[in-house]
Design a protein around this ligand. Structure first.
Ligand SMILES: C[S@@+](CC[C@H](N)C(=O)[O-])C[C@H]1O[C@@H](n2cnc3c(N)ncnc32)[C@H](O)[C@@H]1O
Length: 415
């Protein structure tokens, strides 16, 4: 990131020197979870009290323990049982896994750690919502990069579903200048991943930009559309990787976008416009783009919405343009135990579209949206090596919580 701007908000009364350090030092990747205070600073960031930080850190450590100590034991027991009576479907694999009492404990604790993170992050943001709104208001006005649409009817599924237990969901807004949803989102994401996507939680964006540069070195997009940009964690990384490009981040959440605009401005990122719209109906006024992508969005959209998003990508791309979609890898023929671990969020973490997404063949979906099948592709996009723990290289990843993604994409036919 460029300039790191200190928050103008008053530090919490129990702030420690670590909270106010200008450049928090991160632990090497793959070791213990990063403490929350190592998060990258900027003017819109919520200040967390000692107890709120402790709750986030405790939840991250609990999850680390579960992943490293409990999951291997569950897997061993599952594989023994599966050898005797192999599951034929993922439902059968789930039924087998759910007979293990360790699973019940693991799942409840994992859910509990998610509830604790979301609550701590939301309470911190909500408690200081007026100060945060005031801190962001002038920054956003001066930047002039935010385009809200007060007439937008957001998709029903976003209003109905509070994905991953996020209080109030992405559309929550507590006033005209409110940024609570965005501030809570960034605080909780850092703890959920936990800190493994870097201080600015932008590992997916950095990995995607690096992948594009390596894979298509002569591709130099001038206009980029980031659909479902959220608070712009990954949008900013892409904007920095392509500083000559105009990047347009689109999202339905006003509180997410206000925060995104303030955050980007305070980090010195000036080549992004933040536009409130439904990504199923990207406004034609945004014009043609060379690159249209989603980063970790599709698992939160309905199947119908996904089809519409892919159609919009095809329509909005200039001839020869590229569409990319970063997500967790599809289930495909992965081992049953891994499928269940990856599927946990769909069953227990309020991710209602999750399971179906990872069953889909996204190349086929892109072809259905108008892309030539021969121009579709998929690849791995990794922010960190698969096994990252230098003290125990054989340890498996914490499914979906480390930076290993899949990119599915397509080129639009040249004119
Ligand atoms: C998991 S967040 C991902 C944010 C961002 N891409 C990132 O990498 O940090 C998903 C975002 O997609 C947005 N979203 C989902 N469906 C949408 C829709 N139909 N229209 C606009 N935004 C949508 C949500 O509001 C949310 O901010």
């Amino acid at each position: 990131m460029n300039a790191v701007v200190q928050s103008p908000l008053p530090a919490s009364p129990d702030a420690t020197p670590a909270d106010t350090a200008a450049a928090p030092r991160q632990l090497p990747l793959g070791t213990l979870p990063q403490p929350w205070h190592t998060i990258g600073r900027h003017a819109a960031l919520a200040q967390l009290s000692h107890d709120e930080r402790s709750r986030l850190d405790a939840a991250a450590h609990l999850n680390h323990f579960l992943a490293q100590q409990v999951v291997p034991a569950m897997r061993q027991r599952f594989e023994q049982a599966a050898a005797a009576k192999p599951p034929a479907t993922r439902d059968e694999a789930w039924a087998l896994l759910e007979t293990d009492p360790r699973f019940a404990v693991w799942s409840r604790l994992r859910r509990g750690s998610m509830e604790a993170r979301q609550r701590a992050a939301f309470e911190a943001a909500f408690r200081q919502r007026e100060a945060l709104a005031a801190a962001c208001r002038d920054v956003v006005a001066a930047a002039g990069t935010l385009e809200l649409d007060p007439d937008l009817t957001p998709p029903a599924y976003l209003a109905d579903t509070h994905a991953h237990l996020m209080p109030g969901g992405y559309l929550a807004s507590f006033g005209d200048d409110d940024v609570t949803a965005g501030a809570a989102y960034e605080a909780s994401v850092y703890s959920v991943v936990p800190g493994r996507s870097g201080p600015y939680s932008d590992g997916a964006g950095r990995a995607l930009a690096r992948w594009i540069r390596t894979r298509f070195p002569s591709f130099s997009p001038r206009r980029i559309l980031d659909l479902g940009c959220g608070v712009g964690l990954n949008t900013c990384a892409v904007a920095q990787a392509f500083p000559e490009a105009e990047v347009i981040g689109v999202d339905a959440g006003a509180g997410m976008l206000r925060y995104a605009a303030a955050r980007a401005a305070s980090l010195g990122i000036t080549n992004v416009r933040w536009v409130q719209a439904d990504i199923e109906h990207v406004p034609a006024r945004l014009g043609p783009v060379d690159l249209a992508y989603t980063a970790i969005v599709l698992h939160e959209t309905s199947h119908e919405a996904l089809k519409n998003v892919f159609r919009r990508c095809h329509e909005r791309l200039a001839p020869g343009g590229l569409t990319l979609h970063v997500e967790q890898p599809a289930y495909g023929d992965r081992p049953w135990f891994e499928q269940c671990m990856r599927d946990w969020d769909g069953r227990y973490n309020n991710e209602r579209f999750w399971s179906h997404l990872y069953e889909l063949d996204l190349r086929q979906e892109l072809a259905g949206a108008g892309f030539a099948p021969a121009r579709t592709f998929e690849d791995a996009v990794s922010a960190v090596p698969w096994n990252t723990d230098p003290r125990a290289p054989g340890r498996m990843e914490d499914y979906g919580r480390t930076g290993n993604w899949q990119v599915v994409g397509a080129w639009r036919d040249p004119a």
